[in-house]
Ligand binder design. Structure first.
Ligand code: PEP
Ligand code: MN
Length: 273
């Protein structure tokens, strides 16, 4: 049995939380799609992607600039320069931006440039970072740790809520299992389970959840059917040349086709996209 010690996140407190981001409502009837590259690589790449995902119907632009990579020799992100490029993409499209913050010391800087702060899977239980973002006046996208239970995810959310930041969006991004064909196992159980326990919105990341672009469409539909409030999807103009996570990125064309398809899925469960 799961014991939700997390009082501020508890469903007993209220039915649902809708996070309003300049008119983009996360946790309402509309399924909010966040899309963009794993990492910001250049001004051209992020601006081109931003324009394409906006045209396709995405409501938030994603793009990492501080990349937590398994190997220290892999591309680590563009850092501050990447934040400038995200700003440019936002100016060109009007899309709000979500980007990952990996370190307490850069929370203030990142929050100057972005609209939603992402706490990545590897940092879900970085309690000093959670406390730092609890003091920021920006919504937080909290990704589930790859080996974290739902109870642990909700307790991490509680750190942010109890510190004074009530705008937390949960994100299921796949967990570690014995399966190796997929990068992770997307645990869609957690979507309706979270809805039983908490009022917080929950979105799904089918890109990291599968690690394979060919599976993203099916799992996006499944996530919507399971009751997700949104999706976060990796999209790249040239996935084969991506500096990170290219194997799971959709092309701009694939993303646009997917968005058309998802309208039908959303409608079938009484939602819009
Ligand atoms: C990402 O969003 O690019 C990312 C690194 O995600 P996660 O923390 O879920 O691995
Ligand atoms: Mn990625």
């Amino acid at each position: 049995m799961i014991i939700v010690h997390s009082l501020a996140a508890s469903k007993e407190l209220k039915k649902s939380t809708v996070i309003n981001l300049n008119g983009v409502k996360i946790g309402g009837k509309e399924i909010v799609v966040m899309a963009g590259p794993c990492a910001v690589e250049s001004k051209k790449q992020i601006v081109e992607t931003a324009k394409a995902v906006k045209n396709a119907g995405a409501k938030v632009l994603r793009g990492g600039v501080f990349k937590p990579r398994t190997s220290p020799y892999s591309f680590q992100g563009l850092g501050k320069k990447g934040l400038e490029y995200l700003k440019k993409a936002k100016e060109e499209t009007g899309l709000p931006v979500v980007t990952e913050v990996t370190d307490s010391k850069t929370v203030k800087l990142v929050s100057k440039y972005c609209d939603i702060l992402q706490i990545g899977s590897r940092n879900m239980q970085n309690f000093s970072l959670l406390k730092e973002v609890s003091r920021i006046n920006k919504p937080v996208l909290l990704k589930r740790g790859m080996s974290a239970t739902l109870n642990e995810l909700l307790n991490s959310a509680e750190y942010i809520l109890s510190g004074g930041n009530h705008r937390v969006i949960l994100c299921e991004r796949g967990i570690r299992t014995f399966e190796t064909y997929t990068k992770n196992t997307l645990d869609l159980n957690v979507v309706p389970a979270a809805k039983e326990l908490t009022h917080l919105p929950i979105i799904v990341d089918p890109s990291h959840g599968t690690g394979r672009s060919s599976l993203v469409s099916s799992m996006s539909k499944a996530a919507i059917a399971a009751g997700a409030d949104g999706l976060i999807i990796e999209v790249h103009p040239k996935p084969k040349h991506a500096l990170s996570d290219g194997q799971q990125a959709l092309t701009l064309e694939q993303f646009s086709a997917l968005m058309q398809n998802l309208k039908k899925t959303a409608k079938s469960v009484g939602r819009t996209i």
